[in-house]
Write a protein that binds this ligand. Structure first.
Ligand code: ADP
Ligand code: ASP
Ligand code: MG
Length: 468
């Protein structure tokens, strides 16, 4: 089998973790498989790079940041390949070159003082470029030839900096040309997750948490047999285990359940990960690099329908509820259309929509980053309706969360909504807005951010998701 395996930040967060990741790749190859590794940056590095860029854009560049990053990565090289002078020198040289580029970008930024999305991508993608040579060296030190490959030469993307989309035909051609010969020679290429480049070679990123997406893109480009996502929990669980201690691993989920869960906040998978794999029906596994004997979760077409219908509960915190209301909205056509035209023109992503049946209120949820500009654009586009009194107000409520109950078999199962709302009622949690997708694969609701964890736990308990 050809397996594309991705390691997340905590799975490559230290010398020990990288040694373990390298061993997992080598063991899989030794079991007779062809392996391509996709890596994230070491944990916290992307955050540090973004913070550095923001600081540099104030005109204040602190060169010790480069040193700190160098020291952290070099310590790994010392620990893992310190005994092999040639290999160690090559890795340290790669780290130096990549950090030199990072420093030049930050220095330039501190002069210009304008942090564009394009520049932020060029800087924030450095973490993966530092991690890949370390992992390749650790694999090679175990006797399997390996080299780091920058995904800027593989994944061709649009120029939507900060959330670029792959152009699959070009990506497929480049990825195959670059990786197939190495893989057929028995090598394990280590590809940088998270980043890509436009057709003109300008570096882009696929969005925070995007290394999962990279793995699925590379898997699809290579017609891989499976994509494995190594993370720090035992697979996709019935809820975030950090929030619900009794959450349980789901052995099987369908592509649609996995993408719905990821979309509604299950950070264990980047929400776009599923699509490239699904198009080619490539099974995806989510595995725990801290507990590799655990079978984890398998994502396939059928999943494993649960009799109870709801399989998992998720939440997205810190989102904004925008509400457009007014008794004069009734029967006035076009306000909804105009509203969503504005949202689309702002290229904002609507996480949830709900309209009261009385037609005098529509509300929708946006990320905190996108809400301010969308609300400003709405106020100006709907100025006439506001003036005429068709709309009373456009409000943006902070500090809310979306909580979603997800499962393929919710469809056609009566009583699910009653159980959800009964559980919230008993817990004394006020529901601000409700929406059920027409796919009937989820019920999502808005509560205050303060109530989110309680709501997730109450729903988890009501459907007894802790019991298999
Ligand atoms: P990685 O660095 O491996 O990409 P992430 O931190 O992005 O890992 O994702 C793994 C984390 O996702 C887990 O540690 C867990 O806290 C969180 N998580 C949220 N919802 C779920 C869920 N339903 N199942 C499993 N993990 C979840
Ligand atoms: N390193 C990137 C991030 O922290 C991508 C990833 O880890 O998936 O967002
Ligand atoms: Mg992740």
């Amino acid at each position: 089998m050809l397996i594309v395996m991705k390691f997340g930040g905590t799975s490559v967060g230290s010398a020990d973790r990288i040694a373990q990741a390298a061993q997992l790749a080598v063991d899989t190859a030794a079991a007779g498989h062809q392996v391509v590794v996709v890596t994230s940056a070491m944990s916290k590095v992307t955050d540090a790079l973004i913070a550095a860029a923001r600081q540099a854009s104030t005109g204040d560049w602190d060169p010790t940041l480069r040193e700190e990053l160098f020291n952290r990565h070099k310590a790994v090289a010392d620990a893992l390949v310190g005994g092999d002078a040639a290999r160690h020198a090559a890795v340290v040289d790669a780290l130096g070159q990549r950090l030199e580029r990072f420093e030049k970008l930050c220095f330039g930024l501190s002069m210009v003082r304008e942090l564009t999305p394009r520049l932020l991508d060029a800087i924030s993608g450095t973490g993966e470029m530092l991690a890949a040579p370390l992992i390749a060296a650790a694999i090679a030190a175990r006797g399997t030839p390996s080299s780091a490959v920058d995904a800027t030469g593989l994944i061709v993307t649009t120029d939507q900096f900060g959330g670029a989309e792959p152009l699959m035909d070009d990506t497929r051609a480049r990825t195959r040309a670059r990786l197939q010969p190495a893989v057929s020679r028995g090598e394990i290429p280590v590809v940088t997750g998270f980043i890509g480049a436009t057709a003109d070679g300008v570096m882009t990123t696929l969005g925070r948490g995007g290394s999962d997406y990279s793995a699925s893109i590379v898997g699809a480009a290579l017609d891989a047999d499976e994509v494995w996502i190594w993370t720090d929990v035992d697979g996709v669980m019935t809820a975030n285990p950090a929030e619900v201690p009794e959450a349980r691993t789901l052995p099987d989920v369908s592509y649609s359940e996995a993408s719905e869960l990821a979309y509604y906040g299950a950070k264990v998978l980047h929400y776009k990960t599923i699509l490239p794999a699904f198009r080619q029906r490539i099974p995806v596994r989510i595995l725990n690099s801290f507990n590799p004997a655990h079978p984890g979760t398998r994502v396939t077409v059928e999943g494993h329908p649960s009799a109870r219908g709801v399989k998992a509960v998720t939440s997205i915190r810190g989102v904004i509820l925008v509400a457009i209301s007014g008794t004069g909205m009734q029967g006035i056509p076009g306000i909804v259309a105009k509203t969503f035209d504005v949202v689309a023109a702002q290229q904002a992503n609507v996480l949830m929509i709900s309209q009261a049946s009385s037609e005098n209120n529509i509300c929708f949820v946006l990320s905190a980053a996108e809400a301010p500009r969308v609300v400003a654009a709405l106020r100006s586009a709907l100025e006439f309706e506001l003036m005429r009194g068709h709309i009373d107000e456009i409000t943006a409520e902070q500090q809310v969360a979306i909580v979603a109950a997800v499962g393929d078999r919710m469809r056609g199962t009566p009583g699910i909504a009653a159980t959800v709302f009964g559980a919230l009622g008993t817990a004394g949690i006020n529901v601000i807005a409700i929406s059920q997708g027409s796919s009937e694969r989820n019920i999502s609701l808005v509560v205050t951010d303060r109530d989110a964890a309680g709501a997730v736990r109450a729903i988890h308990r009501a459907f007894q998701l802790d019991k298999g």
